[in-house]
Design a protein around this ligand. Structure first.
Ligand code: IMP
Length: 177
């Protein structure tokens, strides 16, 4: 357990464990697309560190794009309402799009994003999320690639925030109430 400013956090997934898992995810993704070009679409802000590491562990021609979505309004539970905070700036038409997300919690964000992106006529649409929370009320979505399944805890670090704080931590920690 450690204290960082006003927050109490507990070690959960180490930098080494994350890096090892991202390397093998990169291999899985490379094997899946077999030399096809892909667009890695990072969901801001939470995916920025994960995407930076994941894109360097694939061996495929790739483009990097971002979309900004927000569902948590400075709280630790989903507001249920998703808003686009940064619009897509490139065409996804006829491209293989891999959504890169930090965490699949209720599934509301990814459901919204899948519906939104289908309107952009990609050739294929797949999801890669670093963390998959195990919660009973989760919307069932096809998660093609994921790093770790985790219990229903609020986690921070490696891109994940609490009220915009603690995204910069190099490991994933559990936020203590
Ligand atoms: P969902 O819509 O409930 O699946 O949540 C997706 C978004 O909520 C993620 O992209 C995160 O930004 C945020 N989120 C969900 N769980 C956590 C958490 O444990 N820590 C930090 N952010 C979270």
């Amino acid at each position: 357990m450690s204290k960082l400013g006003k927050y109490q956090i507990k070690d959960f997934i180490s930098q080494e464990q994350i890096q090892e898992r991202i390397k093998s995810l990169g291999q899985e993704i490379t094997n899946h697309y077999k030399d096809e070009s892909i667009v890695m679409l990072g969901v801001l802000k939470g995916s920025f560190i994960f995407l930076a590491d994941l894109c360097r562990s694939i061996d495929l021609p790739a483009q990097i794009e971002f979309i900004g979505l927000s569902s948590y309004k400075d709280q630790t539970t989903s507001s249920g309402k998703i808003t686009i905070t940064n619009k897509l700036s490139a065409s996804l038409k006829d491209k293989h799009v891999l959504i890169v997300e930090d965490i699949y919690d209720t599934g509301l964000t990814l459901k919204f994003l899948l519906e939104h992106l289908k309107e952009h006529s990609p050739k294929s649409l797949k999801i890669c999320t670093l963390l998959k929370k195990q919660i009973p009320t989760q919307i069932d979505l096809p998660i093609d690639f994921y790093g770790f399944t985790i219990p229903s805890e609020f986690v921070v670090g490696f891109g994940l925030d609490v009220a915009e704080d603690l995204r910069h931590l190099p490991m994933i920690s559990i936020l203590q109430p």
